[in-house]
Ligand binder design. Sequence first.
Ligand code: SF4
Length: 105
Amino acid sequence: MPIKMDNEQGRLPGTFLRYNTMFIESPKQGRFQYAQTVGLTKEPAFASQCIGCGKCEAHCPQQLPIREKLKEADKALRPLPYKIGINVVRKFMFRKTRRSAAQGK
Ligand code: SF4
């Protein structure tokens, strides 16, 4: 699933915003914000969902290696304990929604 390139929190610019936060503020703060704005949304757009089509790089005026940087950002923003934590919280948060959907509510 490609990442949508808009200015919503948690999309492509949001990923790099949180990655920058790791260096400007602290790694913990960047990871926490990424988990909040991307990981715990109903339809998360994790950097790892990039399919590597390169369309964003073709449009980037700074010719940044976006695909490579996204992989780097995802690795830094979601180390294993954060991935596990996000998955556990997501299961709890969206449990009711899935149950309701299964019951046709
Ligand atoms: S390469 Fe860029 S446009 Fe293509 S899926 Fe990844 S982020 Fe989206």
